[in-house]
Design a protein around this ligand. Structure first.
Ligand code: PAF
Length: 274
């Protein structure tokens, strides 16, 4: 495994590679990332992972400064899984003030976008840069960040990028908590409470399958979470195809939620077919 910090060196290294499968990350790797990297091996002869904590996708009061940066440990964890690690500096990715942005669809201002203005614009900007730099044939993103994956899909399709996107299933702890780099912010008592988010989604799914009303299930989930100390940002059932609100309770849907436990914001989702 080779660690490369500059775009110029990376381009030379990848010039003669055949099929590149790419896993972009912000580091602090957990089993979810490693699973994506293992899956990447099935899609390319050369697996590239990037580690870059992208300042553009963090708001002014968010955790950019304290986001865990663990490059040495990350490299150790993925050393048998990837061929090349691209770990650029902020200066390498943003050598000048970024002035050109992609205008994102309205959905980028809903769900997570409602409480994180500019987040998806910053994410899409760096993803487009990374895809241009690495030029993979296949790129893999986790389904845990469902809205992110949706926006990246639209970006790849609408900008005609010759890349196949693969959405990796969410990897969970034994108690159901979706793995996330931010889980380590949780205090011990919060970590015990945290699986309730996924359990609430499962209860909603079961309720939908049993024919209960979406609004009452949604309200019930919000109430239960709030009564256990969660600050709920949203619990929403959307159409998978466009993440628009559900018109009819049929078809391929996804239940999405974001909520804060203490200082830690957690996300989760569950697909359901009615
Ligand atoms: O999901 C992430 O880790 C980040 O949003 C990504 C896709 C690496 C872009 O910074």
């Amino acid at each position: 495994m080779q660690i490369i910090n500059t775009i110029a060196e990376l381009r030379v290294r990848l010039r003669s590679e055949g099929r590149i499968a790419f896993v972009p990350t912000m580091g602090n790797l957990h089993e979810g990332h490693l699973t994506l990297m293992r899956e990447a091996r099935q899609h390319g002869s050369c697996v590239v992972a990037s580690i870059f904590v992208n300042p553009l996708q963090f708001g002014p009061n968010e955790d950019f400064d304290r986001y865990p940066r663990t490059l040495a440990a990350d490299c150790e964890r993925m050393q048998d899984l990837v061929d090349v690690v691209f770990a650029p500096t902020v200066q390498e990715i943003y050598p000048c003030q970024q002035e050109i942005y992609i205008e994102l669809p309205e959905i980028a201002n809903e769900l997570c976008g409602a409480s994180r203005p500019g987040h998806f614009r910053g994410m899409a900007t760096v993803v487009l840069k990374l895809l241009n730099i690495v030029q993979p044939q296949v790129a893999l993103f986790g389904k845990k960040d469902y809205q992110q994956l949706h926006i990246v899909r639209a970006l790849v399709t609408q900008f005609n990028l010759p890349i196949t996107l693969v959405g990796g299933e969410t990897v969970r702890a034994d108690d159901g908590l979706a793995l996330s780099s931010r889980n380590q912010y949780l205090l011990a008592a919060e970590r015990e409470e945290a699986p309730r988010l996924y359990r609430s989604l499962q209860l909603m799914r079961d309720g939908l399958l049993a024919g209960h009303s979406l609004q009452s299930l949604q309200q019930e989930a919000v109430n239960v979470l709030a009564s256990h100390g969660w600050e709920v940002e949203y619990v929403s059932v959307r159409q998978r195809v466009d993440l628009r609100p559900v018109k009819e309770e049929v078809g391929d849907l996804v239940i999405l939620a974001a909520a804060k436990l203490g200082q830690t914001r957690l996300l989760d989702n569950l697909e359901v077919m009615l």
